[in-house]
Design a protein around this ligand. Sequence first.
Ligand SMILES: Nc1ncnc2c1ncn2[C@@H]1O[C@H](COP(=O)(O)OP(=O)(O)OP(=O)(O)O)[C@@H](O)[C@H]1O
Ligand SMILES: O=C(O)[C@H](O)COP(=O)(O)O
Length: 407
Amino acid sequence: MPTFDTIDDLPADSRVLVRLDLNSPIEDGEPQDNRRFERHAETVRELAEAGHRVVCMAHQGRPGRDDFTSLAGHAAILAEHVGRDVAFVADTHGDEALAAIDALGAGEVLLLENTRMCDDELPEESPEEKADTEFVTTLSPHVDAYVNDAYSAAHRKHASLVGFPLVLPAYAGRVMEAEYEANTAIATREFDGPVTMVVGGTKATDVIGVMDALEGNVDRFLLGGVAGELFLRAAGHPVGHDVGGTDLFDEQWERNRELIESVLDDRGDAVHLASDLAYEGDGGERAEVAVADIDEKTAGYLDVGSGTVDDYDPLIRESDAVFVKGALGVFEDERFAAGTVGALEAIAETDCFSVVGGGDTSRAIEMYGLDEADFSHVSIAGGAYIRALTGEPLPAVEVLEAAAARQ
Ligand SMILES: Nc1ncnc2c1ncn2[C@@H]1O[C@H](COP(=O)(O)OP(=O)(O)OP(=O)(O)O)[C@@H](O)[C@H]1O
Ligand SMILES: O=C(O)[C@H](O)COP(=O)(O)O
């Protein structure tokens, strides 16, 4: 169980500084609505309805990149989800921000400007150094408490994540609580039956590290995507390398070859590989080939084949817990969605504990009309989910725990 305090412990009528993670895809300069707004809105609404004065802060993109924008558009989307006005001030901790914070009435909500527009925010430093920055020392006296709801950014040692909880009473928001509990379950919970992990996507280096770290906690890994092909390569099949200008395989193979081989040697019985793969046929249709019949990879494989979907289905249905990291194919294209959707449907129809992680993969749930309520938890975290799965500590969670020990 987490040892941090939650907003249930927050004193009444607080002026509270709440760190959200609204980092979103940006199209034509505008943030796109996504699950993060909906989830964080629950924490914000609960705080506002309880009569607290709610000062939100969040980041967007990274300096120098196209997605580094103001949060003005985010305030409008957040307001729709919260169901009340969210005022926006284009300032992180200057006079304008302080005046807006001081003027907030009970139940009112304010969003400050992108934290990464403040020079003190980004360099990763110790919580003590962050607590000493002008950003933290200027804002803190204007609020009574700090709430961190940004689990998905908790792997970063940035001022808004680790500085404030050193100098203010600090609490976890509802998203922080839910993500923490679900994402650590694989390492901390006892399950009666088999624990299965569905592993795919393009970030093979991440997921292979997770497989290595979780060897003792997972009974079987069902592989697809780029990692799946790299394992097939290690098992001696002529796949898992780049063709036609892709750069997904060779570099990740060189980086992970030893680890893949050692996972196969140590836990080969737990690693399930695709028996067939799907690709784009000459007429643009989905075509499939048995892995045993592949002599040479001439085009990209974009999904696991239907035989593999049938192999994986009962393994999922007889599991007591299923964790998903990465898609089994390029599900964004309907022709290559069968692997990912097949696995998600089997999970949804089974009464197992389930966590679906990864921003890209979880999009398949709404794209294919699945009901989010049929999963125990759909994570909104990327890097933090990976770190939680591998048991790496999250600095922003550690400071919340330290704050609770002080409080
Ligand atoms: N064989 C494949 N070839 C190319 N892309 C693939 C293949 N299989 C799956 N993908 C892609 O993998 C993506 C999802 O996995 P990704 O590694 O991006 O991880 P995620 O965990 O969902 O997201 P994130 O880490 O960004 O939050 C999908 O967009 C899908 O198109
Ligand atoms: O979107 C995310 O995964 C988090 O907000 C972290 O963003 P970052 O990788 O830019 O720090």
